[in-house]
Design a protein around this ligand. Sequence first.
Ligand code: FEO
Length: 397
Amino acid sequence: MDLSGAIELHPGIHWVGVTDPGLRLFDDLYPTDHGTTYNAYVVKGRDKVAVVDTVKHGREEEFFAKLSRVVDPAQVDYYVVNHTEPDHSGVLAEALKRSPKATILCSQGAKNFLANQIHEPLPIRVVKEGETVDLGGRTLKFWLVPFLHWPDTIFTQLVEDGALFTCDAFGAHYCGRSIWADELPEYVPDMHFYFDSIIRPFKAQVLAAVAKVKGQRIGLILPSHGPVIRRNAHEVLERYETWSTPRQTDPTLLVLYLSPHHNTAAMAEAVAAGGAAVGGVRVLRHHVNDLPTPELRDLVEEADAFAFGIPTINKDVPKPMWEVLAQLSTVKPRGNVAALFGSYGWSGEACKLAEERLKGIGFKVPFPAVRAQFSPRPETLEQCRELGRSLAEAVRR
Ligand code: FEO
């Protein structure tokens, strides 16, 4: 399939997105081994024309060339902004110049964000939950789905056609030989990786959004990245539901540590033993270098409290633990109580630095850190056991 031109997906619905097969890092952050696409769509009604999302800044000429093959840009009535991240709104300012009669349809949150992206008066109509816009024989209906994955996000349903434009949700960073998901079965792991990277911190919002739309007739899911879904659309909704439904586990204290010389490991054993002695709390203890990232994310999501064992190396938190602390903002744990412990040689800054990071992202650190210079003495190990007990009791409460 040739993705260099516009593609008619359904009578009156055209893909006018752009491809980026060579992209290897999205947002300077997420690996994209198979590139990506920035999807935009034209919907033609009997009376009005809408464009759903646009593309990334810098890809204007390609986008407008495709758009022009489907409709004269001057005849566009609406630009639907499902979400304002610049990979979808980057050419909006230019689009408004080429479409002088067009109105932007978006959420109130998107309106606020656009005011700080395009510094000029904009023709915006804020849409509310369930609001409809008649294109003539075709109806756009809007669903507010905040935090999928930005606060401004909406889904746009094309009611008569059973089509749902979902922006980042249900997307994938994948640029394949076809626009159709059913012709690219190998892309499903990329869809899951995309979910884990971008959507996963918002599982509760995913469940709320799917609950809103799953009773609707949906035969087409049109995301803003990657393949378009035309088969088993409801199974894809259910796939997101499954990925977002929390596993039921006992209350959990998660002990994560590094330990080059077994000193912090001994302290971790004592913390875990103290926690286990309380009873009724699942205590898990892991050296962070033994945890693959997906498993770490699962464990973090299921934890009610955390104990981080961090040795000080070069006056700092060692990099593998910084990476764990960085991961904490990409998943949503059940609880936010944390404590710190660790061995050091001569300075011992790591626990303090980690505490500042944890507090900075909303964790409570109610107990003083337990630190040991070189090998922990018996009384220090007892302090560790007491720390584990205190955390487990906090979990039980
Ligand atoms: Fe693909 Fe949140 O932008």
